[in-house]
Write a protein that binds this ligand. Structure first.
Ligand code: NAP
Length: 291
């Protein structure tokens, strides 16, 4: 945990509802302790109807910055003074920096996804990507992949296909890039994964307590692919287990979580984050929660 709190301690926070299972305080306070920085990071439960008051309060209390999680990532946008261009394109914010009362929103989910991918040696430019899911995380991931030159196919279940088309429309407007949209079924998965260098699960399929579920049949996985599952609970999902058995390179949700935190940390403190330590802290908390 952080060292003693003083009158000079700078405060960072997480706002969301719920927040009790968050790993961010453990990751950030460990990183601050490691670097000897006088910061403290706290979780704050903010109900949807209190968002506006909470943002005014955080500004008035002169916090250095804060993370934003479900359900506020989109709704916070009009309460901020400015947005980084990528956060503006995505329309969602997970990190806010306070510079002298001016609040600027960023999306380090997108940048964290890319950093985790690059760490495993995967460069999206010119690669075909099968992106399963069309929720909030998929929207950020589609943008960062398009910005980095990937050819994207989004697969989503039938009842919410309009979400996938909305993402495709946004990416087309922002990056002049066509995104293919397919219904999530075995035939279309086969088509989308044929020749795909990267397979991403951005759904909650495979998450505890449904850890026996997987979005992609094992027979479609192979050693030429990188398989990225953004689900972090369990750390090794069934998809990642089967991808590793097929010889694919795997990237897990804790990698993305640690990198999104590390990038926010650098914005608030001006220091490079000890990302491996942050990853270990997240793993430790997940293990504690399992027991
Ligand atoms: P979300 O906005 O609620 O989107 C969930 C997505 O999962 C939607 O596309 C939904 O499809 C799909 N889905 C859910 N159950 C499904 C099923 N049984 N079959 C097929 N598709 C299904 O959630 P989110 O914020 O994008 O988060 C998605 C997952 O990513 C969660 O597990 C979350 O914990 C994880 N996540 C991880 C990180 C990280 O840093 N590692 C960051 C953000 C999120 P429909 O549109 O058809 O409902």
């Amino acid at each position: 945990m952080n060292k003693e709190i003083s009158g000079k301690t700078q405060v960072c926070a997480l706002i969301g509802d719920p927040v009790e299972h968050t790993m961010s305080p453990a990751m950030h306070n460990a990183a601050c302790a490691e670097l000897g920085l006088d910061y403290a990071y706290i979780p704050l439960l903010v109900r949807p109807e209190c968002l506006s008051d909470a943002v005014c309060g955080l500004r008035a209390l002169n916090v250095r910055g804060f993370n934003v999680t479900i359900p506020h990532k989109v709704k916070i946008v009009p309460h901020l003074d400015g947005l980084d261009p990528m956060a503006e394109r995505i329309g969602a914010v997970n990190t806010v920096v306070n510079n002298g009362g001016e609040l600027t929103g960023y999306n380090t989910d997108a940048a964290g996804f890319l950093a985790a991918l690059r760490e495993r040696g995967c460069v999206p430019r010119g690669q075909r990507v099968a992106l399963v899911g069309a929720g909030g995380a998929a929207r950020a991931i589609a943008h960062v992949l398009a910005e980095n030159g990937a050819e994207i196919t989004i697969l989503n279940r039938r009842k919410e296909m309009d979400w996938a088309h909305e993402i495709a429309g946004l990416v087309a407007d922002n990056f002049k890039k066509k995104v293919e949209v397919l219904e999530l079924n075995e035939t279309n998965l086969k088509k989308a994964l044929h020749g795909a260098a990267l397979v991403v699960n951005a759904t909650s399929l495979g998450m505890t307590p449904h850890a026996d579920a997987t979005p992609v049949p094992a027979a479609l996985l192979n050693a030429d692919q990188t398989v990225f599952d953004i689900v972090y609970n369990p750390v090794e999902t069934r998809l990642l287990r089967e991808a590793a058995a097929a010889g694919a390179v795997t990237v897990n949700g804790v990698d993305m979580l640690a990198w999104q935190g590390a990038l926010a940390f650098r914005m608030w403190t001006g220091r490079d984050a000890p990302v491996d330590l942050m990853r270990r802290e997240a793993m430790r908390m997940l293990k504690d929660n399992e027991e």
